[in-house]
Design a protein around this ligand. Structure first.
Ligand SMILES: Cc1cc2nc3c(=O)[nH]c(=O)nc-3n(C[C@H](O)[C@H](O)[C@H](O)COP(=O)(O)O)c2cc1C
Length: 316
């Protein structure tokens, strides 16, 4: 059986060694607890929580989703129970699992990212943080911070200074230069970069002559965004030294292989789970089958194999 173990926070005080490189994408797996009733949650490399905010949120007005060709638009608006209930109600359940849980945090301000990181530091059941500086569906924080290189760097610094947990920063694709964002976050101590969050889109209801979603814009996800996600993972992986976690349109082992080849050390499966609740397990099994069929003994061997060979100064 090939080795599937990967380390997504090498050299950090608290490393994040995963038994395989496959985890859910935030917001598509709820708290994980509901899924634990239906399948072997500990088969996953990690669990990623839905986005948590300082105060509980009710989310945006309905409808919050619209189906599109090869994907969907969502405008959930970070509906969640708030950080205190996450710590008191969810973390004790997570602590019983033999799978690391990463908490996805969304703050309104740079300072609040630091405050939330401090509150989650050392909580049993929480193994890492994913900073959501890329949510397109809220008025404050989110993409406002994530589209600004300086603010993204400051949010990363605020979180990293307030916790020993590995801090993964999740990047928006809705900028001209996602690599600049990734480099800024890496330089402020991000343990890994997750790419990508949803791509801004719009759907119109021609009968009602208006946008389907009440806020008009929504975040596009699913197979439609896979080539965009692959391109951004590839570009970021060429530039940074920390691990990259690929996300966007992944639904199979073959998709996972492509992201690993483009430079991702691990992958997240999101929208695919809505159509196939076993998509995460299928991705793990498909990845393992691909490695076996291609005589690859260790999944790390294919990470970045499609990236251009580094040019040595003076030889280019
Ligand atoms: C319904 C829904 C809710 C989401 N909620 C969050 C969230 O709370 N935090 C976050 O960082 N990303 C959130 N996302 C973005 C996903 O984690 C992921 O980045 C995106 O959907 C692309 O992956 P996919 O094509 O596999 O779905 C959400 C996506 C969807 C579809």
């Amino acid at each position: 059986m090939p080795n599937l173990t990967v380390d997504i926070a090498p050299g950090r005080k608290n490393s994040l060694v995963l038994k395989n490189p496959v985890m859910p994408a935030s917001g598509t797996f709820s708290w994980g607890i509901e899924f634990a009733r239906h399948f072997e949650i500990e088969a996953l490399g990690a669990v990623v929580s839905k986005g948590v905010t300082m105060a509980p949120r009710g989310g945006n007005q309905q409808p919050r989703v619209a189906e599109t060709p090869a994907g969907m638009l969502n405008s959930i608006g970070l509906q969640n129970i708030g950080i205190e209930a996450c710590i008191s109600e969810m973390a004790p359940l997570w602590a019983r699992w033999d799978v690391p849980v990463l908490v996805n945090i969304a703050a309104d301000t740079v300072e609040e990212f630091g405050e939330m990181a401090r509150m989650l530091d050392g909580v049993p059941g929480i193994s890492g943080l994913e900073l959501n500086i890329s949510c397109p569906n809220v008025d404050q924080g989110g993409i406002e911070i994530g589209q600004d290189v300086g603010a993204s760097a400051r949010a990363t610094r605020a979180a990293v200074r307030n916790t020993d947990l590995p801090v993964i920063v999740k990047i928006t694709p809705n900028v001209t230069d996602p690599v600049a964002l990734a480099l800024a976050c890496e330089s402020e101590g991000a343990a890994a970069i997750c790419a990508i969050n949803t791509v801004l889109g719009l759907a119109i209801d021609s009968r009602r002559r208006k946008a389907i979603l009440p806020r008009a814009r929504g975040g596009l996800s699913g197979p439609a965004i896979k080539p965009i996600a692959l391109r951004i993972v590839y570009d970021i992986a060429k530039a940074v030294r920390v691990p990259v976690i690929g996300c966007g349109g992944i639904s199979s082992g073959e998709d996972a292989v492509e992201f690993l080849m483009a430079g991702a050390t691990a992958v997240q499966v999101g929208t695919a789970t809505f159509a196939n609740p076993r998509a995460l397990l299928d991705t793990i099994e498909g990845l393992e089958a691909w490695l076996r069929a291609n005589g690859v003994a260790d999944v790390n061997e294919i990470v970045g194999c499609a990236l251009p060979a580094p040019t040595v100064a003076g030889t280019a």
